[in-house]
Structures are given as structure tokens and as C-alpha cells.
Design a protein around this ligand. Structure first.
Ligand code: GMT
Length: 382
């Protein structure tokens, strides 16, 4: 199949899933055309089936905000037309689903029918999409998509609850490449960071408020009072300065390292003992899945789709957002030598359920279904 993938090219979860999906599909022989405003971060290798089309965003003194959505729709029209695509798959509803709708209508005037699939990832529904400034367009463009997928059952429920969506939503969870995300031998790295056998705790995120990174710091500060430990923070974002200040306030800065936007996160996860994800909202929790694949147990909230990934008392523990006491107690339980290896093994076993080789066929079957449906409707209307 010839598939156009539209996504955010940055480190965000939706962009990572879209890029990894495109790479896996290309390896399976599909032609994948990425359409976005810069080279996706994880599009880092050559494959004869992978193509990249950059959206040209022309600005003009009149525009306070350059109209990205129009430039994107125009690029979609061009790529569908000249590359003879069978399908457009857009990741993250805003503004990709409405731009795809526009492209579809333009192409229709030239007798080209292109099916559009929208994948809902999380904050496009749970946070930004619900806002009255976007809600009508989000609802409309989801309903106009030929197919809609969500990354968890919880996100599907949330979409039906908060939007007048009538379209059937298929749940296809996030997935993981277990060849890349696996425990690697990085003992020298562990020794350098934890020279006295300290336990190593990791958090990775985009440091937005919804991630509650301050809770990570508070939990770590309490763990440290009970056992020697170090904290590695991967990623960057708007809350970074506040978090650094909190570390200084709590006197734990010396035992905390900010690693920034690290690409080889699996190397850090390979030496970690515990991963903390205290998010207020989390539709799936891809970062937690990456940790689990590297045999790292999870302390998380029970928000969104996290209970569909992290099994309470087995791969880690789930708590209400903000319950620092319970999360600390559970973290200390996991880090106890009597329990740690069991949780690590369980985390890996659970991660295997989300192996790319298991999840990819769900996307391929869904593509076949939507393209087939589209063809049948067209034939009937002739
Ligand atoms: O907020 C983020 O973490 C980024 C966001 C995105 O869409 O770029 O991630 C969301 O999509 C990921 C991939 O499907 C999910 O694993 C994350 O749970 C989800 N984040 C939130 O719901 C907060």
C-alpha cells in the first residue's frame, strides 16, 4: 500500500508512534510518505520504501500566525496526487484531521477519493481538543474521517463522553520494538552514576504540567531518606526550571541529573531500577512501555489508559494522581531486594504483549478494511 503519514515530527509520543509505525510498515514492503514540517526525530535510517515531504510554510507580514493547516492540506493534496497514495493516516487530531478533511474535499473535485484515518493520541482529546476554541472542529473532523483509532480503551471512552462523535473507534494500542528497547549491558554507566550501589530511578517526559514532574521529585526525595538512590530525568519542556528549583529547595539536586532530550533513552533505561510516571492524564503511557521493555517496573497513576498497561501489584503499582504517600510506599516496596527481580521480570513479560510484530498487523488489517469500504462506496455511487 502507498500510505501518507501526517504527524508532529518532535519527541512527543504521537510523533514517535507515527514514525515507528511508518518504519515498521516500510520494512513490511509498504511505501510510506511522511508529510510534516521537519524531518521526524526518529526517522533516522534509510529504507527504499520511506519518503519525506516537507510542508512549506510561507509567511507574509499580514499573518500574525502563518496558516500551517492550509500549507499542510496543500502538501497532502500534492503528495496524494503525484505519489498515487491509497490512504492518508493522520496522527493527533489537531490540526491534522481537519487539514486532511480539507485535502480530501479538494481531491474530490479532481475525482480522486482518498480515505483518511485519524489516530487519537491523548491530549488532542483529553486536554487541548476539549477546549471550546477547538472542540467543534475536532468533533467535525473526527466524524468526517473514514476510520478512527484510539491508543487505549480509556481514550475511546473519553472521546465518546466529551465529543458528539458518532464514528466507530477502533482501539490499537501503542507498541514497542523489542530489538531496540531491551536491557543492554551498560554496567560501566551504572557504576559511574551509582558508584556505591545506589538504586537508580528514571523519569522521561516532555516536562509539561500534565506530567506532574514535581511529584517525581517529591517521591524521590522521600525514597532517598530511606535508601541511597539517584534520579535521572530525561526530556525537557516548560516545567524544567521549576523542577530544578524544587530539587534545590528539597536539597536533592546533587543526586539528580537532568539529561535533556536524549535519543538513546534505552541506554539509560537499561540501568534503571524504577520508572515513575505520576501523570494527571495519560492516554497510554508509551514512555512507561519503553521502560518495561528494558525490565524496569513502574510507579504510575491510575490515570487514563495506564491501568491497561501497568498491572497493579505485578508490573508496578497504580495510585491516584497526587498521592505521594502511597507512591513512595509502593516504590520502596518494589526497590526492596526481595521484590525487585520479580517486578523487573513481570515488566518485561507485559511489554512483550505490545511487541510491534503483534500490533502492526492490527494497523494493516484496519487499513485494508477502510480502503475496502471506501472502494465499495465508490463503486455503488457509480
Ligand atoms: O503529552 C505527551 O506525552 C505527548 C503526547 C502526544 O500526543 O504527542 O502523547 C500522547 O500520545 C502517546 C502516544 O500515543 C501516548 O503514549 C501518551 O500517553 C499520550 N500522552 C498523554 O495522554 C498525556
Amino acid at each position: 500500500m502507498k500510505i501518507g503519514i501526517v504527524c508532529y515530527p518532535t519527541f512527543g509520543g504521537s510523533g514517535v508512534v507515527a514514525t515507528e509505525l511508518g518504519k515498521a510498515l516500510a520494512k513490511n514492503g509498504h511505501n510510506i510518505h511522511f508529510i510534516t514540517y521537519s524531518q521526524p526525530t526518529r526517522l533516522d535510517f534509510f529504507n527504499e520504501n520511506l519518503f519525506y515531504h516537507e510542508v512549506d510554510i510561507r509567511t507574509y507580514p499580514l499573518f500574525q500566525y502563518p496558516p500551517y493547516e492550509l500549507a499542510l492540506a496543500s502538501k497532502m493534496v500534492e503528495v496524494v496526487k503525484y505519489e498515487h497514495l491509497d490512504l492518508l493516516h493522520v496522527h493527533y487530531a489537531i490540526p491534522h484531521a481537519s487539514a486532511a478533511y480539507m485535502a480530501k474535499q479538494i481531491l474530490k473535485t479532481e475525482d480522486i477519493e482518498i480515505p483518511v484515518i485519524t489516530t487519537l493520541h491523548g491530549t488532542d482529546i483529553t486536554l487541548v481538543g476539549k477546549d471550546p476554541s477547538y472542540e467543534p472542529v475536532v468533533t467535525f473532523s473526527i466524524n468526517q474521517s473514514d476510520g478512527v483509532t484510539a491508543v487505549s480503551e480509556d481514550l475511546k471512552r473519553d472521546t465518546y463522553e466529551h465529543f458528539q462523535v458518532t464514528k466507530e473507534i477502533a482501539v490499537i494500542p501503542n507498541f514497542i520494538d523489542l530489538d531496540r528497547f531491551k536491557k543492554q549491558k551498560k554496567e560501566h554507566f551504572k557504576k559511574a552514576i551509582c558508584p556505591h550501589g545506589e538504586k537508580l530511578i528514571v523519569h522521561t517526559s516532555n516536562f509539561r504540567r500534565v506530567k506532574r514532574v514535581d511529584d517525581v521529585i517529591k517521591i524521590f526525595s522521600r525514597i532517598q531518606k530511606e535508601m541511597p538512590a539517584k534520579l535521572l530525568l530525561v526530556g525537557d519542556g516548560p516545567e524544567r526550571t521549576n523542577i530544578e528549583n524544587l530539587c534545590r529547595e528539597l536539597g536533592i539536586y546533587e543526586n539528580t541529573r537532568f539529561l535533556g532530550k536524549l535519543d538513546a533513552v534505552e541506554e539509560v533505561l537499561s540501568v534503571a531500577d524504577l520508572f515513575i510516571m505520576p501523570s494527571e492524564k495519560e492516554s497510554f503511557g508509551l514512555a512507561a512501555l519503553e521502560a518495561m521493555a528494558c525490565q524496569v517496573p513502574i510507579i504510575s497513576t491510575n490515570a487514563g489508559g495506564l491501568p491497561e498497561l501497568n498491572i497493579n501489584g505485578v508490573t508496578g503499582f497504580l495510585s491516584d494522581a497526587g498521592d505521594i504517600d502511597e507512591m513512595t510506599k509502593n516504590a520502596l516496596y518494589i526497590l526492596d531486594e526481595q521484590n525487585l527481580d520479580r517486578f523487573k521480570a513481570n515488566a518485561l513479560a507485559r511489554a512483550k504483549d505490545f511487541d510491534v510484530d503483534t500490533i502492526l498487523p492490527h494497523y494493516e488489517d484496519y487499513y485494508e478494511k477502510i480502503v475496502g469500504q471506501n472502494k465499495r462506496v465508490l463503486e455503488k455511487s457509480k
